[in-house]
Design a protein around this ligand. Structure first.
Ligand code: SAM
Length: 278
């Protein structure tokens, strides 16, 4: 018998992922968490029945959300990561030896504990001595902290449930306040194909707050529409122009300087639909 995990992407569109076994399920303080072994996607984490990461395509997302902002900043020393409880983005951030401190703020300790135990390919960053792990709502953290950061990365769930507060104008204003003068932030910002209005709203909220705002896009088989985007808000560096290259020893699978420049190319329809400001 074939058993499928089914995610309702939209009314009339769903994704079915054949399951080999259920590895772990729990109800954390904030979310329904499940980890499966799947036939095509390898190990997969879901929160509230929404796929968060799969072993097969996670590197595309995690390498880009981390290395695009970190390699366009001239010299990032202090980094803030909000969300990212599965550890994939943290793994990529910790590859950068020039970074001195990494503050990670996730609302849900249950996600981190499960990832440490059941996602061995993702979790090495949790053991990095530069990490300061804070269990708190990211929107509260950014409104209260007096710390300053060179790069801020938002690896959140979708804009509903606990992640909703991480997509507001107030939140983006707080991020701007926390950034140092050449600071840059990069956030996951949903599917350009099937959530175009959401992407547009987020883009304009960020563009109203940051002097430079740019969207980049990547293929992601496990997310709605198979196509995902990220939005960078910058106080100085051009997010499209990497200033440094990744180390060969990082053995990256998707990101390269060439890919960096290409992912910022948006087709004419998408530019029009999003009302991109040139
Ligand atoms: N890559 C994934 C995606 O695009 O669906 C996101 C992965 S990561 C598991 C998302 C993390 O955001 C979760 O660990 C969740 O606990 C965290 N999160 C959600 N709302 C949050 C909030 N308000 N503050 C901090 N972390 C939050």
């Amino acid at each position: 018998m074939k058993v499928y995990f089914v995610e309702d992407w939209l009314d009339g569109l769903y994704l079915g992922v054949q399951i080999e076994s259920v590895v772990y399920t729990t109800r954390t303080k904030f979310q329904e968490l499940a980890i499966f072994d799947t036939v095509e996607f390898g190990r997969m984490l879901t929160l509230d029945n929404v796929i968060q990461v799969t072993e097969v395509d996670e590197y595309i997302y995690h390498e880009c959300i981390a290395h695009v902002p970190l390699l366009t900043h001239p010299d990032p020393k202090r980094v803030l990561l909000i969300g990212g409880g599965d550890g994939g983005t943290l793994r990529e951030i910790t590859r950068h030896q020039n970074i001195e401190s990494i503050t990670m703020v996730d609302i849900d300790e249950g996600v981190i504990e499960a990832s440490k135990k059941y996602l061995p390919g993702f979790n090495q960053g949790f053991y990095d001595p530069r990490l300061n792990l804070v269990i708190q709502d990211g929107s509260v953290f950014v409104s209260e902290t007096e710390e300053r950061f060179d790069v801020i990365i938002i690896d959140s769930t979708d804009p509903e449930g606990p992640g909703e507060v991480l997509f507001t104008t107030e939140f983006y204003q707080s991020l701007r306040r926390l950034l140092t003068p050449s600071g840059i932030m990069c956030a996951q910002t949903e599917s350009p194909l099937v959530m175009t209005q959401t992407v547009k709203d987020i883009y304009h909220r960020i563009a109203d707050v940051f002097p430079i705002t740019k969207i980049f896009n990547v293929p992601m088989a496990c997310y709605p529409g198979g196509w995902w985007c990220f939005t960078c808000g910058s106080l100085g560096p051009d997010p499209e122009k990497p200033l440094r290259e990744p180390e060969e020893s990082w053995n990256l699978k998707f990101y390269s300087p060439e890919v960096h420049e290409k992912v910022f190319i948006l087709g004419p329809k998408l530019k029009r639909d999003l009302g991109i400001r040139e």
